[in-house]
Design a protein. Structure first.
Length: 604
């Protein structure tokens, strides 16, 4: 049988791919260029913020206006593109590729994998927005949708919340996690973020200035994304302190003190090197989150919550086309302002967290197929978010509706000329206080919530600092303690600066967090788009894919030859053994672990 040019090309490519050896890893130890540039940038921001927070706030607002005017559409388009991309990858021929060797089994049992996915799916953000976001959208739906405080507003509120917290963020995390897991466990590359761009720029460029720039952007994205989460945590702890009557009001100065105390706790835990202690804290947090959700479910409007669950899912699916295509052109300045406060802020926040969460989910997914990976990463955390927001936000809307209909409880929030008078810092605690439970149980739940947020703060700062330390030290699996502590302190300081630059009022401080998150995430958005191209190119050259293409092409060649030889007469194909050896994938040594498992990453 004669072979076509396509067959020869595929054979040659397959030989090259299967014979290639893992590239030598970059030199271990501190990458002075990456660390120095990232550290100086962070210190300059911190000094500017403490010296003149007002001028920093003005510059940030100017940059935000430019970002929204020129790139708001890009955040919207990119978010949907990321979701479509990972679904296509999982559904295509790439789905059968292992994140490891072809005969490798998953490193963790499915139950353990799901449990750890849960650990990375819960955090400060869900606690902060769990009550406030659905309740806000019920009172004041997105511009151009429905009237507030109606049955339609309930559907819009839950659908929009799931749009922000469901499939979309986890699609972004899946892209980074997939790129890191594939490159590390199947190709033997280093754990640096830049290593994923080898198919685009080549090994030399990735080890040079271009690769270092990518790692610097990854560090800064993680820094600001983590600082935003910690700022939200400090604000909510302040709200809890106020709800318990310990302070009459909580200003920015108090929030900075809260951040300082929690950062000191993190530094103490990191300096002690007691990894098992952090693991215990993370496990305690998961138990506390589950306990809080169960208590709220029982003490709240239980039947209403059960009805909200399917309603939230249906609303998300039904409203998805409208929500995914919403831009400022469809609603003018009012919608642009809303988008910057909500959807685009979220997309920027998720983008800034992709190096962080991506490293973690890559670490726990070795040995799984790409299809298993994408399915688990997309749907398990989304299901958790659906349940959490239905219990917290749906239950709060149920109490609000009851109050509006003349029930025995006071309304959680009232409408004013300027919109809902909802305080995001204390919304959770106001909800817990309104539940029909004994006062001692209500106070217990408030204490649980405050402790929950505090532990999330410490474990998140610890895990984020490890990721930044890994990127600073050429992908080291165990970055030095001094580097980890430096980045932990930097996260706390940046969070304080972001709050100070926003203003002394809680709403202004929250807007400050959102402003810096959007502006700092824009450069990394372009990195994410390029990553999709690099990942597709990498997967297209995988031996499993090439073998499939080769088998298909050989079949076409065989049929073509037989048709020509027998001039259209009936024929049959047969197989026989040849002396051409089958070259397996090169052995990939243990590439190490992107993060320490004993210090699980907590998302938001």
């Amino acid at each position: 049988m004669s072979t076509s040019r396509s067959t020869e090309d595929l054979l040659q490519t397959l030989r090259q791919v299967t014979k290639r050896k893992p590239k030598p890893k970059r030199e271990r130890g501190l990458d002075k260029v990456v660390f120095s540039v990232a550290a100086i940038s962070a210190l300059a921001f911190i000094i500017w913020g403490f010296v003149s927070s007002a001028s920093l706030g003005e510059v940030a607002n100017t940059l935000l206006a430019g970002t929204m005017s020129n790139f708001g559409w890009l955040f919207v388009v990119a978010a949907s593109f990321f979701l479509i991309f990972v679904i296509v990858v999982a559904a295509s021929r790439f789905g059968e590729i292992k994140l490891g060797q072809d005969d490798e089994k998953p490193e963790f049992r499915t139950s353990s994998w799901i449990a750890m996915m849960f650990a990375s799916g819960m955090g400060i953000g869900l606690v902060f927005y769990g009550v406030a976001e659905p309740l806000w959208f019920y009172m004041a739906p997105p511009p151009g949708t429905v009237d507030g405080q109606t049955a339609e507003a309930l559907q819009t509120a839950m659908g929009t919340t799931m749009f922000h917290w469901g499939l979309y963020p986890w699609a972004m995390y899946a892209i980074v996690g997939l790129g890191l897991a594939y490159g590390t466990f199947r190709l033997g590359r280093s754990q640096l973020f830049s290593s994923m761009f080898v198919p685009l720029f080549g090994q030399r460029a990735v080890n040079g200035i271009g690769g270092r720039l990518i790692n610097i952007l990854a560090i800064l994205a993680t820094l600001f994304g983590s600082a935003c989460s910690l700022g939200l945590g400090a604000m909510q702890i302040g709200g809890g302190i106020q709800s318990m009557g310990l302070l009459e009001s909580v200003g920015t100065t108090t929030l900075v003190l809260i951040i300082a105390v929690l950062t000191a706790c993190f530094v103490a835990s990191a300096a002690s090197g007691i990894a098992k202690g952090i693991q215990a804290l993370s496990n305690i947090n998961m138990v506390l989150a589950l306990l809080l959700a169960v208590l709220v479910f029982i003490g709240g409007p239980t039947l209403f919550i059960l009805n909200v669950l399917p309603n939230a899912l249906g609303s998300f699916i039904g409203d998805l086309p409208q929500m995914a295509s919403r831009t400022a052109t469809t609603g003018g300045d009012a919608l642009q302002s809303w988008m910057s406060s909500w959807t685009i802020f979220y997309w920027a926040w998720w983008v800034s967290w992709t190096p962080f969460v991506g490293l973690f989910i890559a670490r726990i997914s070795r040995g799984r197929t790409i299809r298993q990976f994408v399915t688990g990463v997309l749907f398990i955390p989304s299901a958790i978010s659906l349940i959490w927001f239905s219990v917290m936000g749906g239950g709060a809307i149920g109490l609000q509706e009851s109050a509006e209909e003349g029930g025995r409880i006071d309304a959680l929030v009232n409408m004013t000329a300027d919109g809902p008078d909802l305080n995001f810092d204390s919304a959770l605690f106001d909800y817990l206080g309104a539940l029909v439970v004994p006062d001692w149980l209500s106070l217990t739940m408030i204490v649980i919530a405050v402790v929950l947020i505090g532990i999330f703060f410490i474990t998140s700062a610890d895990s984020a600092s490890i990721v930044m330390g890994t990127l600073s030290e050429n992908g080291s699996t165990n970055p030095s303690r001094r580097i980890v502590i430096f980045w932990g302190v930097a996260v706390g300081a940046v969070a304080a600066v972001m709050l100070l630059a926003g203003g002394d009022h809680p709403a202004a401080a929250l807007n400050g967090l959102k402003t810096f998150t959007i502006v700092s995430a824009l450069p990394f958005l372009f990195v994410m788009i390029l990553l999709c191209v690099a990942l597709w190119k990498d997967l297209s050259q995988d031996p499993l894919v090439l073998q499939g293409k080769l088998a298909q092409q050989i079949l076409v060649d065989s049929v073509t030859t037989a048709v020509d030889k027998y001039d259209g007469e009936p024929f049959e194909l047969d197989t026989f053994t040849t002396e051409v050896p089958v070259v397996p994938l090169p052995e990939i040594p243990d590439a190490g672990h992107p993060v320490r498992l004993e210090q699980p990453v907590d998302q938001k």
